[in-house]
Design a protein around this ligand. Structure first.
Ligand code: SAM
Length: 233
């Protein structure tokens, strides 16, 4: 069972965040539905409700402490079971979210989840490198974000083409991400690192890297997935 409101609120408070009861109720529904659905569709390896609270919900929502994302149109690339964008949307209802994943079973889960939670979202089943070439998605978002999808060079090629000039790409990473290795890719794609924040989640090191888009991404990017894999920028 999902931990009770007082416990969750105290945990949010530890990170300087307040938990409204309406937000708690939605997170509780999310947790239960995730665990139930995960019995027959592989969505996450984290199945203990208290772990889900920390490793999925608080981890996702902590972005709001380090980056101003309210009122933004955000695309979550490789969203999986909705992380980080669905907890963020629950926490900040004014956020406009687009959920993209190459696995349809995950998108199907997200459609049902958002229906249950009565939250608006756009759903895309497909690969980032295909959809960011389409006019209706290219450079159309204030923010693209991703957690646990690929290394920063590869991720930049997948995420930066979605962002409008002046917008941001936010990468949620572990402590070992080598920013220096991705600097060349970020520059070629029209970005500049604006902020790197290190913090701890339950004693585990985390990092949020924010990349500002300062010029258009050249139209030859992203390349095909095989080229990206074979020769990362
Ligand atoms: N972001 C979620 C999280 O933090 O829990 C899911 C992470 S999971 C390890 C990576 C997800 O990215 C998978 O659901 C996978 O299908 C998706 N993915 C990987 N490469 C992708 C691509 N090129 N385009 C779209 N989705 C992709």
């Amino acid at each position: 069972m999902f931990p009770d409101y007082d416990f969750c609120n105290a945990e949010f408070n530890k990170y300087g965040l307040d938990l409204k009861e309406s937000v708690y109720n939605k997170l509780s529904i999310y947790c239960n539905f995730l665990i139930e659905y995960n019995n027959y569709v592989n969505l996450t390896a984290i199945t203990d409700p208290t772990d889900i609270l920390y490793k999925h919900f608080i981890d996702s929502i902590l972005i709001v402490k380090y980056a101003d994302i309210s009122e933004s149109a955000l695309i979550d690339v490789g969203t999986g079971a909705g992380f980080p964008s669905v907890p963020l949307k629950i926490f900040i209802p004014s956020l406009k979210i687009t959920l993209l994943d190459s696995l349809n079973k995950r998108i199907e889960f997200l459609r049902k989840l958002c229906d249950k939670l009565e939250i608006d979202a756009e759903f895309i089943h497909g690969r980032a490198e295909d959809f960011s070439k389409r006019k209706e998605f290219r450079e159309q978002f204030d923010i693209s974000c991703a957690r646990a999808v690929a290394n920063l060079s590869v991720l930049s090629e997948l995420c930066m083409p979605f962002v409008r000039t002046g917008g941001r790409f936010i990468a949620m990473k572990g402590p070992n991400e080598d920013l220096l290795k991705a600097q060349g890719a970020i520059k070629v794609l029209g970005g500049i690192v604006s902020c790197e924040t290190n913090y701890k989640l339950e004693n585990e090191e985390r990092k949020i890297i924010q990349i500002k888009k300062i010029s258009q991404t050249p139209t030859k990017y992203p390349r095909s997935s095989s080229q990206i894999k074979k020769k990362p920028l």
